[in-house]
Every structure is written in C-alpha cells, then in structure tokens.
Design a protein around this ligand. Structure first.
Ligand code: IMP
Length: 428
C-alpha cells in the first residue's frame, strides 16, 4: 500500500479535499503538514457538506486517525470550532485527532498584523485570507514563536507570549500606529484553549514513526497549491509555507523515503483567488461562466475566484517540483456545456516560446498564453463511472492534458460527491 502525498498543482482550490476523502478508504492516517486555517477544504459525503480549515479531510471516515503536523500553523480557536461542529454532527473525534506539540500557534498579534499589513499595502496587497498565516510563519523562523506544547505550561506560555508581545506591540505602534494587544488576557485565554485541547496534543513524529513501522498507510494532505509555494510560486503573491510535496516530509517529521506516490490535483481549468499574475485569466463572459457553473467562490473568505483556461506551463512546473506520479483531474463536469474549450499549451515571452512557468513574477506578468482550441462534448459527464463512459471529446481533452503535463491520469472527478469519480490507475 503506497504512502501518498496529495498536492495542489495550480493556485489552490483544485478539489484536494474530495480526492483525499476518496483515497482515505485505503489509508490509516491522514496528515496535514503545512498551511493553516487559510485552507478551506470542502467535502460532500452522505448529502452533507463539511468545510475544514484545519482538521484533515479524512476525519469523515470512522476509524482513521488525523494528524496536524509540525509544519502547520495552528489556530486553537478554529480547531475547537471544527471539533465541536464534528461532534455536534455525530462524528467521533475521540483518539482520532492528534496535534503536533511542535506546531506553531497562531496568536491575536498574527491575525491583527496580517490585516494591518494588507491594509497598509493598498494596491500592492497580496490578498491574503487574513488568518495570520504569514506573521505566524515569520515569528517561527524569527524564533519568536509559541508552539502548541507551550499551551500546556503557564511558565512556558507566559515567557513566549511576553516575548512576542514586546516585539509585535512595538511594531504595531511604529509601523501601523495601531493599538497594542495586552498579553495578560491572551495568556489566560490560550492556557484555557490548551486545557481544552490537551487530549489531542502529543509527539506526532513518534506516532508516525511507529505507524510506519507497523505498515500503516499514510496520506499527506496538501493545502493551497504549487504556484502559491513560497519558493516556487509567484513570489511575493504567494502563501508563507512550502506547499510542494517535499514539505510533506519536513512538515510531519517523516523521512522523504516514506513517500511512494505524489498525486497532483488539477482542475480541468484554472482558478486563482487573491492578487498576482494569472496568464490564462478570462475577464469576460467565459470567465464568469466558469465561475458560476464551477461555484468558484473561496471556501475561507467567500471571495469570487478568478477563472481561466487550463494552463499547461503551470502544471508542467508542478509536475517537476513535486515529482508528480499521477494527476487527479477535477471538475471536468464544469466544462460539459462549452462548445469549444481552449488549452494553453505554452507561453510567448519576449518573442520566445516558453513551456515552463517562470520563477520571476515580472516575467509571469509578461507571458502571453498560446492556445489550442478543442471541441467540447456538450453533454453531461456526471454519471460517467469509467473511462469508456466518457464522451470521446472529453477523453481527447483529458488525454491532451496528460500528454502536455507528461503525467498519467490516476483519478477523474465529475462532481462533488464521493462516487462522482472515475478511477484510472492509482496502484492501490
Ligand atoms: P495567506 O495564505 O492567507 O497568507 O494568503 C496568501 C495568498 O494565498 C493569497 O493570494 C490567498 O488568497 C492565497 N491562499 C491562501 N490559502 C488559500 C487556499 O486554500 N486556496 C487558494 N488560495 C489560497
């Protein structure tokens, strides 16, 4: 049984949660390894819809264990909300959620700083989710952070929070002319949150190590997408973590040799939420049509997503930096009514052909998409359950995407529900 990383191969919102939920039946443990409550993972099961921001999507399956790894920036208030919601809907969480004691904690300073920075940046704002992600990661690497384990010790928590308060309150005053945050009530509140979460907090690294020794199968659930990666994305219009498959290892504390498969989730078209260049963006009726049929509104912020055609240079880059072994192509059904569909096969940049998404944001802004137009299939694919059920033009479209990315197709998704899926080859 392979250990799999499921990763976003575009700008996030590719439908990873559905794929993770679907694959969870073959797994024992599901691990989130980066990002935080900026993610919005939507799962539809038994006619109920759940949106998770922190808890791994595998929680919907009884008897599977969900781990929030050390690479996540953890908002305890959000976690408690999600746990209470699950319990109120009759989903058992007992002994099923483990939170890494060495994950970093999102604090009120981080959320306030995220919003203050964005407001001050005006037109050059990143368009963050406002969940405090960037400031929390920056305190982590600046060694000012609070870790989940600190929530269990008044002495540790006080020392860490007093350090952050000094540093951040000074910044609030000097940079933003904003009110400081009093550390005392925060210490009290976060100690209480620690008490509520105590049963879930542990050494997840040793748990995973033992699990692997006992041949447990793990799914590493990515958040956001490759082109939002802090190293490989459209910097500075990116999130603050490494979203690529390699980080599954660092962000959960398992060796890279643990990973057998990397499934790159790609929408059959492209979307982006937040600011920054997007070469195949359609600011016209076709873009609006994709948004309306695809329900392309952010699960975390409700913002309308920017929409465009499938972009092969993006997915080629994702194939390279993640070492994709399979594609999971989602939302094919959104294209069901289009008469013609375009595929961006390469870019023109300063008169030259470019097959690969560039690193430098100034270059991305200058890239002109080169399109090929293919006929649509103009019928519903939602009831298809095998490759041969798909209309020939849909088969040709998918084959072309796979050819351009040079990655084989593992799964095709033709609807939000679990069974609205076609399994090609995932080597169970
Ligand atoms: P942050 O992660 O909140 O700092 O936001 C940085 C950028 O990443 C913004 O463009 C956000 O819109 C984008 N972003 C963060 N999380 C997600 C996600 O889960 N899906 C899509 N975009 C995201």
């Amino acid at each position: 049984m392979p250990n799999r990383v499921v990763i976003g191969s575009q700008w996030g919102d590719e439908g990873k949660a559905k794929i993770v939920d679907f694959l969870t039946k073959y797994a024992d443990i599901i691990v989130r390894f980066q990002g935080g409550a900026n993610a919005g993972h939507t799962v539809k099961a038994d006619d109920r819809e759940f949106i998770f921001h922190l808890i791994p999507s595998g929680i919907m399956h009884p008897n599977k264990v969900c781990v929030i790894g050390n690479g996540v920036v953890f908002d305890p208030k959000q976690a408690i909300l999600e746990i209470k919601d699950l319990v109120s809907k009759g989903i058992s969480v007992e002994n099923r959620i483990l939170i890494a004691e060495n994950a970093h904690v999102v604090l009120p300073w981080h959320i306030a700083c995220d919003k203050l920075k964005e407001a001050k940046a005006g037109k050059s704002a990143i368009g963050t989710t406002g969940r405090g992600i960037g400031p929390c990661y920056s305190d982590k690497v600046n060694r000012h952070g609070v870790r989940v384990g600190d929530l269990l010790s008044e002495q540790e928590l006080r020392a860490r929070i007093e350090d952050i308060a000094t540093f951040r309150n000074e910044e609030f005053k000097k940079m933003f002319d904003a009110e400081p945050i009093d550390p005392e009530p925060v210490i009290k509140e976060y100690l209480d949150l620690g008490k509520q979460l105590k049963a879930y907090i542990c050494d997840t690294v040793s748990y995973l190590f033992e699990g692997l020794k006992n041949k447990k199968q793990i799914i590493f659930e990515g958040a956001q997408g490759t082109i939002l990666d802090v190293d490989h994305g459209t910097y500075p219009f990116v999130t603050s973590s490494n979203t690529v498959a390699g980080y599954a290892s660092c962000g959960s504390g398992v060796g890279p040799t643990t990973i057998d498969q990397v499934i790159g989730v790609v929408k059959a078209y492209t979307t982006r939420v937040g600011n920054g260049p997007f070469p195949t963006e359609l600011s016209d009726e076709t873009g609006d049509k994709l948004r309306e049929i695809g329900g392309e509104y952010g699960a975390t912020t409700g913002r309308p997503r920017r929409c465009g055609w499938f972009d092969a240079p993006v997915v080629r880059k994702a194939a390279a930096v993640n070492g994709l072994t399979h594609l999971a192509i989602t939302k094919l059904d959104v294209l069901d009514t289009f008469k013609e569909i375009k595929i961006c096969t390469s870019y023109k940049l300063e008169g030259k052909d470019l097959l690969f998404f560039p690193n430098r944001v100034e270059q991305v802004s200058l890239c002109e998409p080169v399109y090929e137009t293919v006929p649509g299939w103009e019928c519903s694919t939602t009831n298809c359950r095998s490759w041969s059920d798909l209309p020939p033009n849909a088969q040709k479209y998918l084959t072309r995407i796979s050819e351009l990315a040079d990655v084989k197709i593992g799964i095709i998704s033709i609807g939000a529900k679990r069974d609205e899926s076609i399994i090609m080859d995932i080597g169970e």
